[in-house]
Design a protein around this ligand. Structure first.
Ligand SMILES: [Zn+2]
Length: 296
């Protein structure tokens, strides 16, 4: 049984999820959300009949703060093991660099958005290679290295479902799927390969961190692929013209909003999408992608 926990990020419903599985040998959490919503995680775990203290295994899809920001607290308070991509390990063992770069971007909004992050002892960080299976109690978690959104990204397969982190996009209230494109790792070619990996797994369901369960897997992935290209191609001429991300963001945000409205998303829905996947981040991430591609 998979419990979808709504972490009510910034007070919004259905923007960041965490997933709880009772393995029979301790609780496993896939994604922790940011530390700023720790109280909500605790309340959501309680609401489905469990105690946060029994979370002994934490699987993270990647180390971005909205996915892994609270995992140190589970390591510290519960002695939990954190399962992650090899490229993420040094950042969680010593989160100073991660937090400094976040602080440069978010400045005085750090506490409200993300909260704190503290080092995790190396012996609690369990790195997982591609296609490795981790068996805990009655549940097997299989790691699929899936770069494109982030180089340190894993999609976790459990039986015939996949927890896709950000690599299968952001889709709220079963509406439109959008590709989250923050700096610094966006790579469209790698992302395409990862989408092919997801197709090959052929899961019955995908669980999106932003947000929840989807069952029309092929249609969803087709639509993600289409928008990924559309977004990258929208940004390209602005990058070629030498514009700065902040000059381009208002027009990009309007383009995304119009796309959402055209597909029947409400004004309130547009706000949820923007909270889960801010436009300015995708502008910065896609500009960086084009620059790297030229420098190659
Ligand atoms: Zn991410």
């Amino acid at each position: 049984m998979i419990h979808v926990l709504d972490l009510k990020f910034l007070g919004y419903d259905n923007t960041i999820a965490s997933f709880l599985i009772d393995t029979g040998d301790g609780l496993a959490l896939i994604e922790t959300g940011p530390h700023s919503v720790m109280n909500n995680i605790e309340a959501e775990i309680k609401a489905v009949g469990y105690d946060i203290k029994d979370v002994k295994h934490v699987f993270i899809t990647h180390i971005h703060l909205d996915h892994a920001g609270a995992c140190w607290a589970f390591a510290q308070n519960n002695g939990a093991t954190i399962y992650l991509h090899p490229f993420g390990k040094r950042h969680l063992a010593n989160p100073e660099k991660l937090m400094n770069s976040a602080r440069m971007i978010y400045q005085d909004k750090m506490d409200e958005l993300w909260g704190e992050m503290h080092p995790i002892p190396e012996e609690q960080l369990h790195i997982v290679e591609d296609e490795t299976e981790i068996k805990i109690g009655n549940t097997t978690f299989k790691a699929w290295h899936t770069p494109g959104h982030a180089v340190h990204h894993i999609a976790w397969q459990v039986g015939d479902v996949v927890f896709s982190g950000d690599v299968a996009g952001v889709r709220i209230n079963q509406e439109v799927v959008m590709p989250p494109c923050p700096p610094p790792d966006i790579n469209i070619e790698d992302w395409e390969k990862s989408i092919e990996t997801l197709r090959k797994i052929n899961p019955k369901k995908i669980y999106l961190t932003h947000f929840g369960e989807i069952t029309d897997v092929n249609h969803h992935l087709d639509s993600l692929q289409k928008r990924l290209h559309a977004w990258a191609n929208w940004i390209k001429p602005h990058w070629e013209a030498g514009k700065k991300p902040q000059e381009v963001t208002p027009a990009f945000q309007a383009y995304v909003k119009q796309d959402l409205l055209n597909h029947g998303v409400s004004e309130a829905g547009v706000k949820q999408y923007e909270a889960a996947n801010p436009s300015w981040m995708s502008v910065a991430g896609l500009m960086r992608y084009w620059k790297k591609k030229k420098d190659e």
